[in-house]
Design a protein around this ligand. Structure first.
Ligand SMILES: O=C1O[C@H](COP(=O)(O)O)[C@@H](O)[C@H](O)[C@H]1O
Length: 239
């Protein structure tokens, strides 16, 4: 298992550092149908913008299949939709076949969608001997409460769920979400956290150093074989 922390000056530098590593990694993959689970929220927006502006013709997008680590149960054109954000910022701007985009249907019944999406994942992603999907790359973020994907501290049982996806509930808004579970995050062949901002510094330090309240932060339970934290100086202030 290898864990690395890459520190950058600010959030823009995190996006460009990750984008450069990503382009190199895609080019080095010896197979097509490279499966990537995207994160949502605000942090990856700079990355998505950069993919559209600087990498549209530098990456063979048709080799990639995009999935999501989590989705909010809203319409795809809702500003809260993780898919909607990615679509507006880069999917509509790069040459990627529609069938390579495997969105979670946030507008569908969550319990039915959880099962449909699980089958979608099984239809395209390698599995291990225990039928756990092995994405080539999973991109994750972390909330100020230590949640990752949509595994929140109050639903930490999802870290050990035997299912591919679970229906999560946001602790403050009660918004329903669909999230990949802990075993799937841990089986990612490569996992990258993108974490920026001083408001995450204290939690990030506990997550990385495994100190203090770390056990209560879902992000600290992601233990993939190849794990990299891309952080800015503000988020890294307590490391
Ligand atoms: O709700 C979510 O939160 C996390 C962190 O989001 P950010 O806005 O702090 O970057 C994100 O990784 C997750 O995908 C998202 O749905």
């Amino acid at each position: 298992m290898s864990t690395e922390t890459k520190k950058f000056a600010d959030s823009a530098a995190v996006a460009s550092g990750f984008a450069a590593d990503f382009a190199e990694w895609v080019a080095a993959q010896g197979h097509d149908k490279i499966t990537v689970a995207l994160s949502g929220g605000s942090t990856p927006k700079l990355l998505f913008g950069l993919w559209a502006s600087d990498y549209a013709d530098k990456i063979e997008w048709a080799r990639l299949h995009f999935f999501w680590g989590d989705e909010r149960c809203v319409e795809p054109d809702d500003s809260d939709s993780n898919y909607g954000v990615a679509k507006a910022l880069f999917l509509d701007k790069v040459q990627i076949p529609e069938e390579n985009v495997h969105r979670i249907l946030g507008e569908a019944d969550p319990d039915e969608e959880r099962l449909r999406y699980e089958n979608e994942v099984y239809g395209h992603v390698d599995i291990d001997d225990n039928a756990v999907p092995e994405f080539d790359l999973i991109i994750l973020g972390m909330g100020t409460d230590g949640h990752t994907a949509s595994i929140f501290p109050h639903q930490s049982q999802f870290l050990k769920s035997p299912q591919v996806c679970e229906v999560a509930i946001h602790p403050e808004t009660a918004q329903k979400r669909i999230t990949l579970t802990g075993p799937v995050l841990n089986r990612g062949k490569k996992v990258a956290f993108l974490i920026t901002g001083g408001d995450k510094a204290e939690v990030l330090a506990q997550v990385i150093k495994k100190e203090g309240d770390f056990a209560n932060f879902p992000a600290s339970h992601v233990e993939a074989a190849d794990l990299t934290f891309y952080v800015d100086e503000a988020a890294a202030a307590r490391l």
